[in-house]
Design a binder for this molecule. Structure first.
Ligand code: ARG
Length: 462
């Protein structure tokens, strides 16, 4: 047991208590942030005359050595330390002697861990943003290639109106663009430095909080020391944003699972991204999409968990807050692997244009266009709707599409119909006519694609 706080105790900690309390098993992943934060702290202490330059250099050298040794594997972070902070400090003292004991001057583990978490989450927000950007790149490519790949658009999972694959994928392009905005937005709010808040009430040493904040690339120091050590809003916000990313990935996964089913056969997953069955030789299963959909639950769980942990905590620091780590780390790992795998899966997926188009054709997705034709010839929409409905009924009885009706069939419901009805309700016309901004018509989509390309060039990763 290696603890930083044995002084006032007369008895050893019970082993079970020690294990229950220790966080090294999971906060070890903060080693880089912990060392980086300590280095900034030491530079500031020396600048303020609290440490000599010699002491500063000795400590900085020691910290850098520890960082290197951890990174190259020669120094292992073992469970003999209570947490990552104790690990770094104890090893520093082991290496440079008594000077190492000055590192913690004017600091508490409360502001230290608050800083480590902010640095870590800040890196991860940027990483998530990068992964989202990579996914957007793939989606834009698919959109560019599928401006005339017709498919049914659905409402209630019933065929509604024809759209294009470019248009359908474009919906996800918008969702993941918003996810990136959320990342930028959280970063904007959380990028303030809590170091110097001490345990809860600041310190009597003349610290320069602005300087450490600058060294660590924050916008500035936080404004209230109690809030600094007890704020985990940014973790919650990040978990909420990650949950939304997963919700989007999950909806997309659900569609891919449906599209990949034998009945639809809209897509063919690459062999590298699908799995077989141990018993049924014919199977090619969409396991990745299913797992992404499935893992959404655990990311939502992380959000609920931390919200619940925080809800009853009086100011300022409480040990409950140590529970922020495992859930957010798990959520981060989950989302990172889901985004990377999902991007690979979508990038290698083949679209079956024929099946998509055939499906759009046989679902009366042009029934609205029959009605629109009548309206354009002076029939009130409500009447047009019912005429078109009766024609659909005729088709259902005969098991044919609207395009297969004879002109006589059409005229039996309304004499307004002429030969040009066929052209007016062809798949191509149905889509091409939809030209309101954001609609699937080619000219409208081309504007959206132009904006998409510009976005990819301008909206740099965080
Ligand atoms: N392991 C602790 C955490 O994650 C570090 C802060 C400990 N502070 C304390 N007063 N015990 O929250």
């Amino acid at each position: 047991m290696a603890q930083l706080w044995g002084g006032r105790f007369t008895k050893e900690t019970d082993q079970m208590v020690y294990d229950f309390n220790a966080s090294i098993k999971f906060d070890r992943r903060l080693y880089r942030q912990d060392i980086e934060g300590s280095m900034a702290h030491v530079k500031m202490l020396a600048r303020q005359g609290i440490l000599t330059e010699k002491e500063r250099d000795l400590i900085l050298r020691g910290l850098l050595d520890i960082l290197q040794d951890v990174e190259d594997g020669s120094l292992e972070i073992t469970a003999e330390y209570e947490d990552i902070h104790s690990f770094v400090e104890a090893n520093l003292i082991k290496r440079i002697g008594d000077t190492g004991k000055k590192l913690h001057t004017g600091r508490s583990r409360n502001d230290q861990v608050a800083l480590d978490m902010r640095l870590y989450i800040r890196d991860e927000i940027r990483h998530t943003d990068r992964l989202l950007y990579d996914l957007l790149k793939v989606l834009l490519r698919i959109m560019e290639e599928n401006l005339d790949t017709f498919m049914p658009g659905f409402t209630h999972l019933q065929k509604a109106q024809p759209v294009t694959l470019a248009h359908h994928i474009g919906a996800y392009f918008e969702m993941f663009k918003r996810d990136r905005l959320r990342m930028a937005d959280i970063l904007e709010r959380m990028n303030y430095c809590p170091l110097g808040a001490g345990a809860l009430a600041g310190t009597t040493y003349p610290l320069d909080r602005g300087y450490t904040s600058d060294l660590l690339g924050f916008y500035g120091p936080t404004q209230n020391s109690m809030d600094s050590v007890s704020d985990r809003d940014y973790v919650i916000e990040y978990l909420a944003a990650l949950s939304t990313v997963m919700m989007h990935l999950s909806r997309f996964s659900e569609e891919i699972i449906i599209w990949n089913s034998n009945e639809y056969h809209f897509v063919e997953l690459d062999d590298a991204y699908s799995t077989g069955s141990s018993i049924m030789p014919q199977k090619k299963n969409p396991d990745i999409a299913e797992l992404v959909r499935g893992k959404t639950g655990r990311v939502y769980g992380a959000l609920m968990s931390l919200l619940t942990t925080m809800k009853g905590l009086p100011l300022a620091y409480n040990k409950d807050m140590q529970e922020d780590k495992e859930v957010v780390f798990d959520a981060i790992d989950t989302v990172a692997s889901c985004l990377a795998l999902f991007t690979g899966m979508v990038d290698t997926m083949k679209f079956n244009r024929e099946a998509m188009e055939a499906s759009a054709k046989n679902g009366f997705t042009n029934a609205t266009d029959v009605a629109d034709y009548l309206v354009n010839h002076g029939v009130p929409f409500r009447d047009a709707h019912s005429i078109s409905g009766r024609l659909v009924l005729k088709c259902i009885e005969r098991d044919i599409a609207l395009d297969d009706l004879t002109l006589e069939d059409f005229r039996s419901e309304s004499t307004v119909f002429e030969e040009d009805i066929y052209e007016a309700i062809s798949m191509k016309t149905c889509v091409e006519k939809r030209l309101t901004l954001g609609a699937p018509g080619r000219a409208a989509m081309e504007k959206v694609l132009e904006a998409g390309r510009k976005y990819m060039e301008d909206a740099e990763v965080l």
